[in-house]
Design a protein around this ligand. Structure first.
Ligand SMILES: Cc1cc2nc3c(=O)[nH]c(=O)nc-3n(C[C@H](O)[C@H](O)[C@H](O)COP(=O)(O)O)c2cc1C
Length: 388
């Protein structure tokens, strides 16, 4: 538990500050940053902030319900922890801690293909299912095996990420020597000062928290002595040739729910419905891919108007509070995902801090439901927004 929980964090900004104190600079920047000048990253949060809720009073709110149902699963609130590559470096065995907190809060955790902990580790953590996120690899045999392992570990919902055909240019990672390698993480000597300035993390996670590879992939990476080897392998295996026909293939080999992650265009959304996806996540990868792309708050209502009645729509990018969550529901999402908030909370104070943060999301959500007169998360529509 980081000492940074004093004073008690109340908002995303507080958890982020705690994470900044505890993490080595290169790792904080990796989690925090976005592509290019970070225009899309900033507009993701700013555009939720700009959405205005309409206050409505003297409604009986004594029986509010934040719960919902998603792909046959009951959720205590319409929130999912998004897949974060190397998310497990934020705290010791980070994804295991995050899954425990998600289980406790009654929401799903989604493990990244390039997470630190393995799907088998997560399968053995608690008795609730988790989601898995897939990046397409050139070796389809490995993909098929990964999907079989995920199914055996209890995964029933697969998020297939489709917005990484090319990697976004992330200036902070370039400056830190992270782009194309793992900079200070991969090279202990050049990171010695960064580690020395963050001894809590360096000892707890860096020294005691291993293994630090991409757990799900370790059996396929022959030379896996250090993190750099994993990046080289994934660099050579990520498949930029993926098109809709590969999703048809995926449909034939994955028997669970298939959710496409990274839809930001109305025509793409229609195609996703036509191809038989069970749902889609309106996402710009948290502003880490195409800088200058629209914010998700801008695109969600357009996509909802086009396909909202035919699919399960989710959204992520810049959701920083329970109020934002209600705004996302109002604009057409059934649930939202959060990426940076869970990593920052975990870095700031481990699983207990994440549990606290999820409690704050719920508290804020109840306030928003209660004072817009919506009462039930399932009933939230555009009516809760100002002037509609
Ligand atoms: C550090 C970092 C790593 C990420 N790694 C992945 C990943 O491995 N797979 C994936 O589908 N999305 C990944 N994403 C995108 C998130 O799943 C999610 O779309 C995004 O974080 C949502 O925006 P938010 O951080 O503003 O909540 C990553 C995001 C961040 C910040």
């Amino acid at each position: 538990m980081g000492e940074s929980l004093n004073p008690l964090p109340a908002s995303f900004a507080d958890f982020r500050r705690g994470a900044e104190r505890r993490l080595p600079r290169f790792l904080f920047d990796y989690y925090d940053g976005g592509a290019g000048a970070e225009v899309t990253l900033r507009s993701n949060t700013a555009d939720w902030e700009a959405v205005r809720l309409g206050q409505k009073v003297l409604v009986d709110v004594s029986n509010m319900d934040c719960g919902t149902e998603l792909f046959g699963e009951k959720l205590a609130m319409p929130l999912v922890l998004a897949p974060i590559g190397m998310g497990g470096m934020s705290a010791r065995r980070g994804e295991v801690q995050a899954k425990r907190a998600a289980d406790k809060a009654g929401i799903p955790f989604c493990l990244s293909t390039v997470g630190i902990c393995t799907m088998e580790e997560l399968g053995a953590t608690g008795d609730k299912p988790f989601w898995f996120q897939l990046y397409m690899l050139k070796d389809r045999g490995i993909v098929q095996e990964i999907l079989e392992r995920a199914w055996a570990a209890g995964v029933r919902t697969l998020a297939f990420t489709i917005d990484l055909a090319v990697l976004g240019t992330r200036y902070r990672d370039i400056r830190n020597g992270m782009a194309g390698g793992l900079g200070r993480w991969g090279n202990f000597r050049s990171g010695a000062l960064d580690y020395a300035l963050h001894p809590g993390w360096a000892i707890d996670v860096g020294l005691k928290g291993g293994p630090h590879g991409f757990g799900n992939l370790s059996r396929y990476v022959k030379q896996s002595k250090n993190p750099r080897d994993y990046l080289h392998w994934t660099g050579s295996q990520f498949d930029p040739s993926v098109t809709w026909k590969d999703i048809e293939w995926l449909r034939t080999v994955w028997q669970g729910n298939l959710v496409l992650k990274g839809i930001l265009d109305v025509e793409d959304a229609k195609q996703a419905v036509a191809i038989g996806a069970d749902g889609m996540i309106v996402s710009n990868h948290g502003g880490r891919q195409l800088d200058g792309a629209a914010s998700t708050a801008t695109m969600l209502p357009r996509i909802a108007d086009a396909v909202g009645s035919e699919t399960t729509l989710l959204v992520d990018g810049g959701i920083r509070s329970g109020q934002d969550l209600v705004k996302a529901l109002a604009l057409g999402a059934k649930a939202a995902l959060i990426g940076r908030p869970w990593v920052m909370a975990l870095a700031a104070g481990g699983g207990a801090a994440l549990t606290r943060m999820l409690g704050l999301y719920k508290q804020d959500m109840r306030t928003a439901l209660g004072l817009t007169g919506a009462v039930n998360a399932r009933d939230v529509g555009r009516g809760v927004l100002l002037g509609e």
